[in-house]
Write a protein that binds this ligand. Structure first.
Ligand SMILES: O=CC(=O)O
Length: 330
């Protein structure tokens, strides 16, 4: 319908969400757009993108061709795949979806932690796969009473800590911002202003910081050496917060016990990547937010912001330039 605004959309499994998006927009899906962008460029008013890599990065190489673009709505918590500086400079609005999937990502963080600690993958293989011996003696690591260090204590980090508290874990956390005394008390959380000082005390370390210049590679060789040899590392943030080569070494050398990660770089890993061949790691395909309920909610919220941006109305969950930002990014 010619009266609806045109958006270019790059969404994982978009067939699931076609109806929601097409109810409001004329859509050119990314796969079709790249076959002949010239015929769409002047009409495109919005971009719908997510964190799952079909459209890898929204930067000048795309933006330079879209003279009438009003908004980039990312259906994700993270915004690291957007050239925010350029978007702000050009006055193009930006929105994200910060909260809809928080519970599911927190659930997944704890699932990976428990799954790795209790060796669920080996257990399932032993009980299901006729080629693997049935083994009554797959021993895990006890969770109740252990200590977790949460790196990044925004919405999702706090929810992870609430869940860990439910497992009677002792909660430590690192963030640049400290929570209120009341919030800390509720879950018995202890604050560290230095991640390096926190790491030696943790049985489990879980990463949920946004990817920023200050967090890129924040867990590297030195940090692995600070962790207990028995520690388990979980990553439900962005892959690049870990130095991946250092992770391979730490797992090979047993500097730490094991890891469970929902993110890698690149995504997916090449077939011959060394992480694929290690027994002491679980890797999942960036599925932390993937419940039907939350992914649907994310699309509805992202579309709503996109409509507002196209119409020039106040935008729910607008991402503001740093000077206008009252608080934190995550
Ligand atoms: O990774 C997923 C997100 O940023 O929402």
């Amino acid at each position: 319908m010619a009266d609806k605004p045109l958006v270019v959309a790059s969404l994982a499994d978009h067939e699931l969400y076609v109806k929601i998006v097409e109810e409001h927009f004329r859509v050119v899906w990314w796969e079709d757009y790249i076959k002949g962008p010239e015929k769409y460029n002047n009409d495109i008013q919005g971009i719908l993108v997510d964190a799952y890599g079909r459209l890898k990065r929204v930067d000048g190489s795309l933006l330079d061709h879209l003279p009438n673009l009003k908004i980039v709505s990312t259906l994700s918590v993270g915004t690291d795949h957007l050239d925010l500086e350029l978007l702000f400079k050009r006055g193009i609005k930006v929105s994200r979806v910060p909260d809809v999937s928080s519970d599911c990502v927190a659930d997944w963080g704890i699932t990976l932690l428990v799954g790795m600690a209790r060796r669920i993958v080996e257990g399932v293989d032993s009980a299901k796969n006729p080629a693997t011996p049935f083994d009554f003696n797959i021993m895990g690591k006890k969770i109740t009473g252990s200590t977790i260090g949460v790196v990044g204590f925004g919405r999702i980090g706090y929810k992870i800590a609430e869940r860990a508290y439910g497992f009677s874990m002792k909660v430590l956390y690192y963030d640049v911002f400290r929570r209120s005394e009341e919030e800390e008390k509720k879950i018995g959380a202890t604050y560290y202003s230095s991640v390096d000082e926190m790491l030696p005390h943790c049985d489990f370390v879980i990463l949920i910081v946004p990817l920023l210049p200050t967090t890129r590679g924040m867990i590297g060789k030195k940090q692995f050496e600070l962790m207990k040899n028995s520690a388990i590392l979980v990553n439900v943030a962005r892959a690049q917060v870990i130095d991946q080569d250092a992770l391979v070494e730490a797992l090979k050398n047993k500097t730490i016990r094991s890891a469970a990660i929902d993110v890698t770089y690149p995504e997916p890993l090449p077939d011959d990547h060394p992480l694929r061949f290690l027994d002491n790691i679980i890797i999942t395909p960036h599925m932390g937010a993937n419940s039907e309920e939350s992914r649907r909610g994310v699309v509805v919220a992202g579309v709503k912001s996109c409509i507002a941006g196209v119409k020039g109305e106040p935008i729910p969950n607008e991402v503001l330039p740093p000077t206008q930002k009252p608080g934190k990014l995550h």
